[in-house]
Design a binder for this molecule. Structure first.
Ligand code: T1G
Length: 707
């Protein structure tokens, strides 16, 4: 028996069973590929062994290469161990449960047979990490299931369920019995003498029409719309085209070259960072997440407005029964209609079946009494953003909710401790700040008050994950972390208009940077009036508050955005296409003249840096204040809350590529030119010389998420 800590090999009734045991996900870390090769050599030299089974211990088959090893001197690649499977003189049966992803699926593809449990999921998600498969996946998969299906799978990077994989011919059978290992051993014995060995590399599952150049050109054209900033998806198309144009070995060489070109590129580094940053955000420094955190199996939402209805839908979509409480009968009816319309639209668009809609609607109850929600595990308040209203709601919740229930507020800025003071259980109170539309946006900002217990934060984040959200913790301050860090970007871009920049120029710079939509076009979508009242309140409260004259003027003119047919742009009836509007340039010119501000040209780089560095500076102040655990948490919020281009890693990751020293110098120069709003943060000053912006709240450099 060949026992290593991460690859076990034992012979069961003439079948060599190779078990990968590399927690937590059986990544192909150092020693795993070598262990597989050793086991194959041992079994192929053993006359007592007729065939092999390759299986994973724990919850997964193999989750792919160890992403932490990228960019470092790695041991042998998947291409070598996959080749060893291919070349085995005795058949190898892959027995897949949980996930077989990336190099994991590549190993399965190099086996001669593939069985899977019903709930197994397979995929080649490498493009989501800015690379292409590097273990022969594009070549074997294309030969096995054909170029069209392979293009769909590899270019999207999506996970595929076992049933679909079976239908495509990627799997040989689904084993619907508890003992997958035993079934695989029996199968291995049944095919042990079958020859020739069926190898994916020997297949050619396509006809002339499937491989026409137009097939690949059409895929490239489709990519230019939403992936024009990326390289990996286009390289994936090239690799699959190489599979139908060249021999297996030449196609393999092509894939290896593509992988090497991408692995060290900025896109791969940014996407790797984002992958780990998202997982780090789920952790609370110094707090070990206990496995037995009480789950949220039932929920309530207070307030049937847009946000409340969206949150209720998010719960129902996640399979969590939810009661939507609304005191006003009219508002409750509007809430019901909003929920029904949202689901009906999804069914109409084909993104939801009628049956699934009915199941979700069955999970949403509509109530008007607090007593009706007393036994829920969690309640999210989504009422009017005023402290007296919050106090009224939380005192009622405190009176009726069962002990240990999560008492959560969807407030976007109000002080959590002040809200918690209306209860006798501040330890159970936290913010669960969803982003509109709550049933669509993935970010949930979990806000900790001074009295919030760590378990409350962990349970709220676990609840958020169960709702399909990506969660990150924020400290309680005005705007918390996401909106507080983004506010300077919004004000700086409005101020640049006074100096001569135009909305369309700034939008173009930001979409060229990778945003799906420019910030002014987004503002037209959300409505210019949304932030107008807040600006007026701040101006009345703070005489030094820097007014934003241009947006104020447009709101006062009734130009609220798409909903009024004009805002920053002009819109034709029934058409959301933004058209530059001379009237807006007229307002900008008038404001500039009133302010006596000289108009000038802007370079794209100055626009990009003025817009983003204003927020980088604020993010450093947030870290200084201890309102975020890590810089990478702020990045996660920007990725999932504001559509920051994922291949750039996040706001702070991007700033780190600019360099803390240059960032600090530029902000210092703008502080001299524009005044106190650009005063550099102390933390930025401290690290300007040699440090990295990717720090955690303790001031340490936050290594885990950096690739
Ligand atoms: N490498 C290293 N660590 C990984 C990892 C990986 N591939 N996958 C997960 N982890 C860590 C993760 O950081 C976390 O760590 C813990 O495992 C649990 O992860 C040659 C080159 C498999 C669907 O892209 O999609 O193969 O925070 O919270 O929710 O062509 O993990 O506990 O310290 O996500 O159950 C291709 C990436 C690699 C799969 C499970 N493979 N992983 O989800 O757990 S490239 C992937 C996932 C490649 C080949 C190429 C998910 C999951 P910590 P988790 P989960």
């Amino acid at each position: 028996m060949n026992e290593t800590t991460i690859v076990h090999y034992d012979v069961v009734d003439t079948i060599g069973v190779i078990t990968i045991d590399n927690p937590p996900v059986n990544a192909l870390g150092p020693g795993v590929r070598e262990g597989i090769i050793d086991a194959l050599e041992q079994g192929n030299a053993d006359d007592g062994v007729q065939a092999f089974v390759l299986i994973g211990a724990g919850r997964n088959f193999i989750a792919g290469a160890d992403i932490r090893q990228f960019g470092k001197t790695r041991p042998i690649g998947s291409v070598v161990s996959a080749a060893a499977l291919d070349a085995s003189s005795k058949p190898v049966v892959a027995a897949i449960h949980g996930y077989a992803l990336g190099g994991g699926l590549e190993h399965a593809l190099a086996c001669h047979y593939r069985l899977a449990a019903p709930g197994a999921k397979v995929g080649l998600p490498e493009v989501t990490l800015g690379i292409v498969p590097g273990g022969g996946g594009t070549q074997r998969l294309t030969r096995l299931i054909g170029p069209e299906a392979a293009l769909d799978m590899v270019v999207s990077g999506r996970h595929m369920g076992a049933a679909e994989a079976l239908k495509l011919g990627l799997l040989d059978a689904i084993v619907d019995e508890p003992d997958l290992r035993g079934a695989a051993i029996r199968h291995a014995r049944s095919i042990a003498s079958a020859r020739p060995l069926p190898r994916a590399r020997d297949r050619q599952n396509w006809n002339e029409a499937d491989t026409a150049p137009a097939v690949f050109e059409a895929r490239r054209k489709a990519l230019t719309r939403k992936s024009r900033h990326l390289k990996a998806p286009f390289k994936a198309v090239d690799c699959i085209e190489a599979a139908v144009r060249h021999s297996f070995d030449d196609g393999l060489a092509f894939e290896q070259q593509a992988f090497s070109e991408l692995e060290q590129g900025a896109e791969a580094k940014g996407l790797r960072y984002a992958f780990f940053a998202e997982r780090e955000a789920a952790k609370i420094p110094g707090v070990q997440a206990s496995a037995d955190l009480a789950p949220v199996a039932s929920a309530a939402v207070i307030g049937a407005g847009t946000m409340g209805s969206g949150i209720a839908i998010a719960y129902a979509d996640a399979g969590i029964p939810v009661k939507l409480l609304e005191i006003s009968p009219d508002a409750l009816e509007r809430g019901k209609a909003r929920v029904r319309d949202t689901y009906a639209t999804r069914v109409k668009r084909g993104s939801l079946t009628q049956q699934a809609m009915d199941a979700c609607l069955d999970r949403i109850g509509f109530v008007q009494r607090y007593e009706d929600i007393a036994d829920c595990d969690a309640v999210v308040e989504a009422v009017f953003e005023r402290m007296d209203v919050k106090h009224d709601v939380f005192s009622k919740l405190d009176a009726v909710m069962k002990p240990g229930a999560l008492l959560l507020t969807n407030s976007s800025a109000l002080d959590i401790d002040e809200i918690a003071s209306a209860t006798r259980r501040p330890q159970d109170v936290a913010g669960a700040h969803f982003f509109a539309p709550a049933n669509v946006m993935k970010l949930c900002e979990v806000v900790r008050g001074n009295g919030t217990a760590p378990d409350t934060l962990l349970r709220t984040m676990k609840m958020g994950r169960a709702m399909g959200k990506v969660c990150a913790v924020a400290g309680s301050c005005d705007g918390f972390v996401a909106n507080r860090s983004r506010a300077p970007m919004m004000s700086e871009m409005m101020i640049m208009l006074e100096e001569g920049a135009t909305p369309q120029q700034i939008d173009r710079v930001m979409t060229d940077f990778g945003y799906p939509m420019g910030p002014f076009a987004v503002n037209d979508l959300s409505g210019l009036d949304v932030s107008y009242e807040g600006r007026k309140r701040r101006a009345e409260a703070n005489p030094d508050y820097r007014k934003l004259h241009v947006p104020d003027r447009l709101v006062e003119m009734g130009r609220l955005g798409q909903k009024t047919g004009a805002g920053w742009y002009r819109y034709e009836p029934g058409d959301r296409t933004p058209h530059p509007d001379a009237a807006v340039l007229g307002v900008i010119g008038a404001v500039a003249r009133e302010l006596g501000t000289a108009q000038r040209e802007f370079t794209d780089t100055e626009i990009l840096h003025r817009v983003l560095l204003a927020s980088v500076n604020e993010a450093c102040k947030i870290l200084e204040d201890g309102k975020a655990y890590r810089a990478s948490d702020i990045d996660v919020m920007w990725l999932y809350g504001f559509g920051f281009p994922r291949h750039r890693g996040g706001l702070m990751f991007w700033a780190d590529t600019v360099g803390a020293k240059d960032v600090h110098a530029q902000i210092t120069e703008w502080a001299q030119r524009y005044g106190s709003r650009w005063t550099p943060s102390r933390l930025l000053g401290d690290i300007a010389a040699s440090g990295s912006l990717l720090r955690d709240a303790t001031g340490g450099t936050h290594q885990k998420a950096t690739p």
